[in-house]
Structures are given as structure tokens and as C-alpha cells.
Design a protein around this ligand. Structure first.
Ligand code: HEC
Ligand code: HEC
Length: 273
């Protein structure tokens, strides 16, 4: 299987753990959106998951890591237990905590089966040698608790569409981008899903949308198909092409069943103007 995998989850029961891992990593979790470098032609597939994208903030200047199994420049020397622990705590085997741009606070939601599937898949991708500059941690940082991440999801819960949708929206860290920052981090308490965060990049600027169930300001009046088209094709209700950094290409791999679940859950987000 290539780094991008071809698996979908139309038939969850028939998926092997490796297929499940590929589906999560390349689909709703969209690791490549940060961990695969981009050039003028888009993602550099020969360097899939080999890192290098720069995130420069007042608190830290870091490069998305090489998460291929290359032993020297990637994570090939980490044990599976170290990788599992890292993905849910953000603490590396070296004990150096990762910068909070890496959404580990959301990945805490992973069921044990899915955590193992993600780890198994990461071990199976092509190792790529790609040496990166080291991180510059300028100010102390903390990982803010993520909405719904402490729900202790169990496989049985995930049969209920809105619950499954809550799980998938958490793994996709949708609310991280779709919630404004207050002075103590994201304002999940009163503005979850209200949007308004600005993202600057080669695309210019984009501002995350209101994805709550509000009928005018949010998605309340959108049809299910309109919401799914926005997520998987990056097209807004009025036909406008949506800008990055939302990972439309990865979300295009989300199964129809999981998209239904995501929409069902978004419809339960408290309407905010
Ligand atoms: C929003 C961007 C973003 C997403 C999405 C993301 N990461 Fe990361 N990740 C980063 C950045 C940036 C770093 C390095 C931060 C630092 O050096 O402190 C990192 C670090 C890591 C590391 C530590 C590697 C090392 O050598 O220290 C691993 C492992 C990792 N990510 C795996 C993943 C996996 C698996 C996914 C998807 C399930 C994922 N990441 C999704 C941005 C992201
Ligand atoms: C990395 C940040 C980021 C993540 C993660 C993200 N989004 Fe977005 N999203 C945006 C931005 C920015 C826009 C607006 C883009 C524009 O207007 O050009 C947007 C637009 C949308 C829209 C279109 C709304 C409209 O009014 O046109 C929907 C629906 C949406 N996101 C849902 C989601 C869902 C569901 C997830 C998780 C599966 C998600 N987003 C994850 C940044 C993000």
C-alpha cells in the first residue's frame, strides 16, 4: 500500500487494521496536511509524511516532523508503545513535549483499536530520509484540553451516528480551526464552532466559517449534501471555492457513512450567531 493508501471505510467490518490506519491517517485525521511538504505543484508525494512544513508563532518555531519509519531522520527508532504514548500525550520518548500545533489533545479520543491501527499504518509507510532543522521553543506552552476528547469513546458507542460523528469531528480537530482564540487559548466554552479564526499562507488569508447549527450564521439551513460537498470538495453553499488550510483532499476519502455521521453531529452543535 502506498503512503496515501486506497482504503475507504464503506464496509468497516471488512477493514484490516492496516486499512483502518490508512483510512484514518489519510482521511479524517489528515496527517499529511501538515506532515507532507508542499511546493508550487502541491504536496510532494515522494516525500509523503516526511515533514518540513514550518509553523512560526511567538511561542515556538517548529517544523512538522518526519513521521516516516526512517531510523535516523524519522520515527523508525521509536517503539510502538512510545508512538502510542506520544500520540495521546504529546510527550516524546526523549521526554521533550511537542508544540501544541500537533493536535494530540484531540487524539486522546482515539479508541485503543484505532490508536493501534494508526501506529501500525505509520510503521508500514515508505521510509524517507529527510533531515529537518530542530525546533525552537521560545516560550512555555501547554496543550489545552480539547472538546469531547475525554469522552472515552468505545467501539459500541460509535454505532450511533451522532456519537460517531462527535468522535470523527474530534479526530479531525475541526473545532480547533473553527473556534476563535481567546486570551487563554481557544474559546471552546462559549464560541465552539463559531469560526472567525484567520489563517494566512500562500493562499492569502482565509477565515474559518461558523459550522454551528445556527440557521443564518451557521449551517442550519444547509442541506446534508451541501455540507458534505463543502467538507470533501471545498465548495461553499453558494458555489464559492474554499481556501486552505482545511484538508479537503484528505476529507474526500471519508466514507459516505462517516460523512453522514459528521453531518449528524454538526447539526447538534449549539447554534451561535
Ligand atoms: C496541524 C498540523 C498537524 C497535524 C494535523 C498533525 N501533526 Fe504531527 N506534528 C505537527 C508538528 C508541527 C510537529 C512538530 C512540532 C514540534 O517539533 O514541537 C508534529 C510532530 C509529530 C510527531 C513527533 C515526531 C518527532 O520526531 O518528534 C509525530 C509522531 C506526529 N506529529 C504524528 C502525527 C500523526 C500520526 C498525525 C495524524 C494522525 C499528525 N501528526 C497530525 C503538526 C501536525
Ligand atoms: C486547519 C483548519 C481547519 C480544519 C482542521 C477544518 N476546517 Fe473547516 N474551514 C476552515 C476554513 C479556514 C474555512 C473557510 C475557508 C474559506 O472561506 O475560504 C473552512 C470552511 C468549512 C466549511 C464551509 C462553511 C462555509 O460557510 O462555506 C465547512 C462546512 C467546514 N469548514 C467544516 C469542517 C469540518 C466538519 C471539519 C473537520 C472534519 C473542518 N472543517 C476542519 C478551516 C479548517
Amino acid at each position: 500500500m502506498g503512503a496515501l493508501g486506497a482504503a475507504t471505510a464503506d464496509d468497516g467490518a471488512a477493514q484490516t487494521p492496516l486499512e483502518r490506519g490508512a483510512y484514518l491517517v489519510n482521511g479524517v485525521m489528515a496527517c499529511a496536511n501538515c506532515h507532507t511538504p508542499v511546493d508550487a505543484n502541491g504536496p510532494v508525494l515522494s516525500k509523503a509524511l516526511a515533514g518540513g512544513r514550518l509553523f512560526d508563532t511567538p511561542a515556538f518555531k517548529v517544523y512538522a516532523s518526519n513521521i516516516t519509519p526512517d531510523r535516523e531522520t524519522g520515527i523508525g527508532a521509536w517503539s510502538e508503545a512510545e508512538l502510542r504514548s506520544f500520540l495521546t500525550t504529546g510527550i516524546r520518548p526523549s521526554k521533550v513535549p511537542v508544540a501544541p500545533i500537533m493536535p494530540v489533545a484531540f487524539y486522546k479520543a482515539l479508541t485503543l483499536g484505532d490508536l493501534n491501527a494508526v501506529v501500525g499504518y505509520l510503521r508500514s509507510v515508505q521510509p524517507v530520509r529527510n533531515e529537518l532543522p530542530s525546533a525552537d521553543y521560545r516560550q512555555p506552552f501547554a496543550h489545552q484540553e480539547a472538546p469531547f476528547a475525554n469522552k472515552a469513546f468505545r467501539e459500541a458507542d460509535l454505532q450511533v451516528p451522532a456519537k460517531r460523528g462527535m468522535y470523527l469531528v474530534t479526530l479531525g480537530h475541526c473545532l480547533e480551526c473553527h473556534t476563535l482564540m481567546g486570551k487563554d487559548g481557544h474559546d471552546y466554552g462559549t464560541a465552539a464552532g463559531k469560526g472567525g479564526r484567520i489563517f494566512a499562507g500562500p493562499w492569502g488569508e482565509s477565515r474559518s466559517s461558523n459550522i454551528t447549527a445556527h440557521s443564518d450564521a451557521g449551517l442550519g439551513n444547509w442541506t446534508d449534501d451541501e455540507i458534505k460537498r463543502a467538507i470533501t470538495q471545498g465548495v461553499s453553499r453558494d458555489g464559492r471555492k474554499l481556501k486552505p488550510p482545511m484538508a479537503f483532499a484528505a476529507y474526500a476519502r471519508i466514507s459516505p457513512q462517516d460523512l453522514d455521521a459528521i453531518v449528524a453531529f454538526l447539526r447538534t452543535l449549539k447554534p451561535l450567531e
